[in-house]
Design a protein. Structure first.
Length: 477
């Protein structure tokens, strides 16, 4: 289910090339059978190394320029893969779901994250019934009740993790906040020690789960495999305890998503097992935590770099704050944050938290004059449009006005996917980001301590040093 990868594609881990240094130099692949132009890279390794060293944006840009701006082929994760480019490529993928394309996950990821014995041959993590229920849980009508909880947790987070310090690192703090929020809303779990332990293993897993599956001691993938087992075992214990609690009380005693999953049955009328529920809880955590923490980090980065935009965001948020006194935020308050959301979207355009999602060709099909063979993997991604001057003039400029009026060209801004598999967590992410922005600008200004901090690609793009900043509490600087 794309809830895990719609905008959260972890980047391939750079692996040792010593074992393949004697192999042939990369040659441009021929277009036999009219397949798209491209390169196969090194035997066995493919283009994984270049993908990891360059980062997805540069990797894709170079190949669009060298081979084709519409589609090119490559070899990643041991698979023949086609990248469909531009708004047309995005539209084709979104509109052909379950027709010529199907969702696909790398086996390296499923082995690390999930109980593979309860995944069917199509690697569908969520059964149709559960998928529909998750969509229902994440609809705006259901999310309204979460806004005050998000606000209360954000207030506490600012008070405990930011206010006592003059300097902080934004990325690890945003991770701590978004993960704690996810655990609370999805599992009604707020034990700080338990949450911190789960988060530690979660980061080990996501930093190594999409790589060439070389399971040797010391590799990122090996650490991810070990961390994944600890993570899954811990979640099963939580789920098992909650099931016993539910049976004992014979009623829903909590109103989180886990409680609803515990009462769901499959098409045969059987209650979902602890392992099946664990797979889906992990899916929710990946989608809601990892990408949101990156999005928040880059929002603050861009606010620090653009003081005039920070001032406009604060003006909007203070109007809301003054109307509330000490009351918690509501859905109606978030709906007033129009400019702030444009700022967040522009930040996501420039630094998309995730890169896209995988598909598999169910049959041979034609695209842009080329044949994509059955079984090839497809990767729709944000990087063929988000920085293209045809769709975003002066693309390096931070300009929230791009999202005013009718906004960007259709299918050019796609951080949440599109079509029938549009990420169901989109609205959750919007609330999470805006509530955080509200509480941050209400309390602090900030200044980057490393002006030209490098962006690296791990499980997602992140500032290399965690974005250290100087905090200036309002009224105290």
């Amino acid at each position: 289910m794309d809830i895990m990868f719609a905008f959260s594609l972890p980047v391939v881990v750079i692996i040792s090339v010593s074992l393949v240094s004697f192999l042939f130099y990369v040659k441009r692949a021929s277009c036999n059978n009219n397949t798209p132009p491209g390169s196969s890279g090194w035997p066995i390794v493919g283009e994984n190394i270049d993908f990891g060293l360059s980062g997805p944006p540069n990797f894709i840009k170079k190949r669009m320029e060298r081979f084709s701006p519409k589609v090119f082929r490559t070899s990643l994760l041991g698979e023949k893969m086609a990248f469909l480019c531009g708004p047309q490529g995005n539209k084709f993928v979104f509109m052909n779901e379950n027709k010529v394309l199907a969702s696909w996950w790398p086996k390296s990821a499923t082995k690390v994250l999930l109980f593979t014995e309860v995944i069917d041959e199509d690697q569908k993590v969520v059964a149709p019934l559960l998928a529909n229920s998750v969509h229902d849980i994440l609809k705006p009508e259901a999310l309204k009740q979460y806004v005050p909880v998000m606000d209360a947790m954000a207030r506490k987070h600012m008070e405990n993790e930011w206010a006592p310090y003059k300097e902080v690192k934004v990325y690890p703090l945003s991770q701590k906040y978004t993960f704690a929020l996810s655990c609370k809303l999805f599992m009604d779990e707020d034990d700080e020690v338990k949450v911190a332990k789960v988060l530690e293993n979660f980061n080990i897993v996501t930093n190594g789960m999409i790589s060439m599956p070389i399971d040797f001691p010391g590799t990122a993938y090996n650490r991810a495999v070990k961390g994944g087992k600890v993570l899954r075992d811990g979640l099963v214990k939580i789920i098992s305890t909650r099931r016993k609690e539910l049976i004992k009380n014979k009623e829903i005693v909590r109103h989180d998503i886990l409680s609803k999953m515990l009462l769901m049955t499959n098409e045969d009328g059987r209650l979902l097992s602890e392992k099946e529920i664990s797979n889906n809880v992990i899916g929710l955590l990946v989608a809601s935590y990892e990408t949101s923490s990156v999005a928040i980090t880059f929002v603050l980065k861009h606010l620090a770099e653009n003081p005039h935009i920070y001032d406009q965001v604060r003006e909007e948020q203070m109007m809301i704050a003054k109307s509330k006194q000490e009351e918690l935020l509501t859905w109606e308050d978030v709906e007033k944050m129009k400019y702030s959301w444009n700022v967040a979207r522009e930040s996501i355009r420039l630094a998309p938290p995730g890169q896209g999602a995988f598909r598999e060709a169910l049959t041979d099909f034609k695209y842009a004059g080329f044949t994509i063979p059955k079984g090839w993997k497809i990767f729709w991604n944000v990087n063929t449009t988000h920085n293209d001057p045809k769709y975003f003039p002066d693309p390096e400029k931070f300009d929230p006005s791009r999202f005013e009026g009718s906004g960007p060209v259709p299918y050019s801004f796609v951080p949440f996917g599109g079509g029938p598999r549009m990420c169901p967590g989109k609205e959750y992410a919007r609330l999470e980001i805006l509530v955080f922005m509200h509480n941050f600008v209400k309390n602090f200004k900030l200044k980057k301590l490393i002006p030209n901090e490098k962006i690296v690609y791990r499980s997602t793009p992140v500032p290399a040093k965690g974005l250290p900043v100087q905090l200036y509490p309002h009224g105290k600087n």
